[in-house]
Every structure is written in structure tokens, then in C-alpha cells.
Design a protein. Structure first.
Length: 256
């Protein structure tokens, strides 16, 4: 049986559709961060268990939801995400007899009105409750194996993969992306300064060229290697703003 966990903050526009896409699970837990709109009321009216917590970071809030969950299989979803029909069937099959402690799920973004089918991500979203826990990173939190405290890595020997996608209703405007980006780049830069490593795990060497190197690397990776150019003009814009994210993060890192 499955418990779904959703982290929210002022998500009244998204929460109903998110919960509707989870109609196949037995329990939905919403961990809210003192929303000032009607997020909690909408979630409660749709049968979700709602917790109202002061903000403690994404990883901590996911762990709060995990502790409350009463079922062995945990599914983590953001309020602006939806479970596709294909993914629903795959999750139900796995729940009957899971072969892995953690499963990575493909995430497809809808950006500026277009579904990006090449610029996809892969995130660990399905896990056995006793086998994994989230770390306390303030942003880009990572899942750890409970027994070893090792980070769950994509295509490692212990995790599985589901290619059927989560659909992420990303930013409708570039302005909304930039608003979120400015907050995240500050958190990422601080984390990079503390650890001496990029969030990808690569070591960082400070230089005046660092922001430019990070930005160029990201742009080429997304546009060419991940074939973002095939996702139309929206894909190209995604590559540009993602590269700018890396550039801004690098600049903030150098000021710390």
C-alpha cells in the first residue's frame, strides 16, 4: 500500500489537481509551511492528512511526512506535479512486489506551454519507508540509504528506474522562473562554499572565470548532449535560463 507525501506553501492553484492524480494511493499527506491561502483547506476537503509546520527545509519536511505515513511504500510529489496514467500503472505493479529500495522516476517539464520530452530529469521519488531518508540540504535535497547513509545515486546497484513520467507543470512565464531562481542560487552558492563541491558532486576551484565556466557547461550539456534543441524554442529558452542559473550561482559563490 502507498502513502503519498506533498510539500506545500501557498499552492491553492495546484493542490487539487495534484491530489486528483493520486487517486490510486491509500493515503495522502500534505506537509504545509504556514500557507497564507487556502491550500490546507482544499487538501483537507479532498481527504488528505494535513500537517502545518514552520519551514525547516525540503528534506526535513519530507521526513516529517514519512514519519506520519502508515504504509510501507512512499511516493514523493510536488504540488505542481501530476502522476501520468502510465506511471500510475507502473507504481501499482511495483507496490505489489518491489525489487528495489528506491526507484528513480522520469520528470517531464511543461515549460512556457510546451512539454519538454528531451530535457527530462530523473529523481528518486518512490521508496520503501524503512530503507531511505532525506538529508538536510536546504535545497536540492538528496535521498540516503538508511543502513549506510550513502546518497542514492542514479543507476546505482540498489535503486531501480521507472521511465513513465511525472508531469511537472513548470513556470508559465520566465519572470516566475527567475523569481524562484534568485532564491535557489543563493542557497546553492552557500552549500557549494560549505562543501567545496558543485551539487553534481564535482569539486569547485574558485577563479574569476568560474561563473562563465559553469554557465557554458550547463548550456552545452542541455542544448547538445540532452538534445534540448529538439524541444523547440521553449527548449532553447530552458537551456538559456538554466545556464544563467549556473552563472548566477557561480557569481554568488565568489562573493561569499
Amino acid at each position: 500500500m502507498i502513502s503519498a507525501i506533498i510539500i506545500t506553501k501557498n499552492e491553492e492553484k495546484n493542490i487539487a489537481d495534484c491530489i486528483a492524480s493520486l487517486s490510486f494511493v491509500q493515503e495522502i499527506i500534505v506537509v504545509d509551511s504556514r500557507s497564507e491561502d487556502h491550500t490546507r483547506e482544499i487538501a483537507q476537503s479532498l481527504g488528505a492528512i494535513v500537517l502545518n509546520e514552520d519551514w525547516q527545509g525540503y528534506g526535513n519536511h519530507k521526513n516529517i511526512g514519512s514519519k506520519v505515513a502508515t504504509h510501507d511504500t512512499l511516493l514523493f510529489l510536488d504540488a505542481d506535479e501530476r502522476i501520468s496514467p502510465e506511471l500510475r500503472q507502473e507504481i501499482l505493479k511495483i507496490d505489489v512486489s518491489p525489487e528495489h529500495s528506491v526507484y528513480w522516476i522520469t520528470v517531464e517539464d511543461i515549460f512556457l506551454g510546451r512539454r519538454l520530452r528531451h530535457l527530462v530529469g530523473h529523481n528518486p521519488r518512490l521508496a520503501q519507508k524503512s530503507k531511505a531518508i532525506w538529508n538536510k540540504n536546504p535545497v536540492h535535497e538528496q535521498l540516503l540509504y538508511t543502513d549506510t547513509q550513502e546518497i542514492v545515486k542514479y543507476k546505482d546497484d540498489r535503486s531501480g528506474e521507472i521511465t513513465a513520467p511525472i508531469i511537472h507543470h513548470s513556470h508559465e512565464t520566465i519572470a516566475s522562473y527567475l523569481q524562484k531562481m534568485h532564491r535557489y542560487t543563493s542557497l546553492d552558492a552557500k552549500r557549494m562554499k560549505q562543501t567545496g563541491a558543485h551539487r553534481s558532486g564535482r569539486s569547485i576551484q574558485d577563479s574569476i572565470l568560474l561563473p562563465y565556466k559553469l554557465g557554458c557547461r550547463q548550456f552545452i550539456k542541455l542544448l547538445v548532449y540532452k538534445k534540448g534543441i529538439l524541444d523547440g524554442w521553449q527548449g532553447i529558452v530552458w537551456c538559456v535560463v538554466s545556464a544563467y542559473y549556473e552563472f548566477e550561482m557561480g557569481k554568488k559563490y565568489r562573493t561569499l
